[in-house]
Design a protein around this ligand. Structure first.
Ligand code: DP6
Length: 332
């Protein structure tokens, strides 16, 4: 047994993609078909405590206080990647909790696997670089590779078969362009179709899948330029375009994937009205019905008030941009 403490606690925040990831070039290594670009939030957190314990016969994993066989298998397989690097077979106890609704299009898998990667690295004393942590986090969830970093983050699709070049890189610090994100929650129910299943179904059945994947490079290039130049209008244009193109390819799968509800569309119209009156805001929506309105800091209160009054909006969260995944302690 090693002399490491074998335990650690880590915290990570979800990220919201502005140039979307929807499709894989390899399922086994979870390699994205195209790159993506995201912002890491600061107001929503996953906190994960992990302890490798020689007394355990099996991994014991609780997410938001509950054990689930499918999640235990998935997370156990993820921990195997770290156990293999450390040369141990020791089972682990994991407790992870979110302070926001899980599985409702708020990227809980992103913050969850990013926090777990950082905790496992620390607990086992592996001392991995952020880039290597991003590669490993990607194996748990593609979007998790981005939550290793804070602020504006770009994710490369990579070309290598082993996936070692498919990792995220920080583009710009949160403080350098402190945009705000208003999350309009239109339901707290878990989504019916996971991103993973939805992506496979889209690739297998949509006649537009190739065209969708082909849009990514140009969108990424424009979004990078917009971020570097702090050009909000340009970022709004490319982000809404990428979001709507992703939902278009989802809708064109057979049967079509419809992640929106009536309130989702009402929120889009609300953002359009705000834009028409000069508010610095744009929308983006992931594989769920919540609408994220990205705002210039001085316009966030206006957008939050307007979205709170949209029929069907249950709650509104306002977040700034935050830091990447980090250790918060070695106690469990
Ligand atoms: C719509 O990262 O959850 O939020 O890699 O299969 O775990 P897996 O998928 P996941 O997909 C995120 C999809 C998205 C867009 C995005 O975050 O880029």
């Amino acid at each position: 047994m090693t002399s490491q403490p074998m335990q650690a606690s880590a915290e990570a925040q979800p990220n919201i993609a502005l140039v979307k990831y929807w499709g894989k070039r390899d399922g086994a290594l979870n390699l994205p078909a195209a790159g993506s670009l995201s912002i890491t939030l600061d107001a929503l957190h996953t906190r994960t405590s992990l302890r490798f314990d020689p007394a355990l016969a099996d991994d014991d994993i609780r997410l938001n206080g509950e054990r689930d066989a499918a999640q235990t298998r998935k997370i156990g397989a993820f921990l195997d990647l770290f156990r293999a690097r450390a040369g141990i077979a020791t089972r682990a106890r994991v407790e992870s909790g979110n302070d926001f609704p899980t599985g409702a299009g708020l990227a809980s898998s992103a913050s969850g696997f990013a926090a777990l990667a950082v905790a496992a690295d620390h607990a086992l004393g592996l001392g991995l670089e952020p880039r290597a942590l991003s590669v490993l986090a990607r194996r748990g969830s593609g979007s998790a590779a981005r939550s290793i970093f804070g602020g504006f983050v770009a994710m490369a699709a990579g070309t290598r078969d082993d996936g070692e070049d498919a990792f995220a890189t920080p583009l710009l610090d949160a403080a350098a362009w402190p945009l705000r994100v208003v999350v309009a929650i239109t339901t707290r129910k878990k989504k019916a179709i996971s991103s993973r299943d939805g992506m496979d179904h889209t690739r297998d059945t949509s006649p537009f899948y190739r065209d969708w994947v082909a849009t990514a490079d140009a969108d990424l290039a424009s979004a990078r330029v917009a971020v570097q130049a702090r050009d909000f209008e340009k970022l709004a244009h490319v982000s809404e375009g990428s979001c709507l193109a992703m939902h278009a390819v989802m809708l064109s799968a057979r049967p079509g994937l419809i992640y929106w509800n009536a309130a989702t569309l009402e929120c889009i119209q609300c953002v359009r009205s705000l834009q028409a009156e000069g508010t610095g805001v744009f929308f983006t929506i992931d594989a769920g019905p919540q609408v994220k309105a990205v705002c210039l800091p001085e316009h966030a209160a206006r957008a939050a008030d307007a979205l709170r009054n949209v029929a069907g909006v249950e709650d509104v969260l306002v977040s700034g941009l935050g830091a990447g995944a980090r250790i918060i302690g070695t106690e469990t």
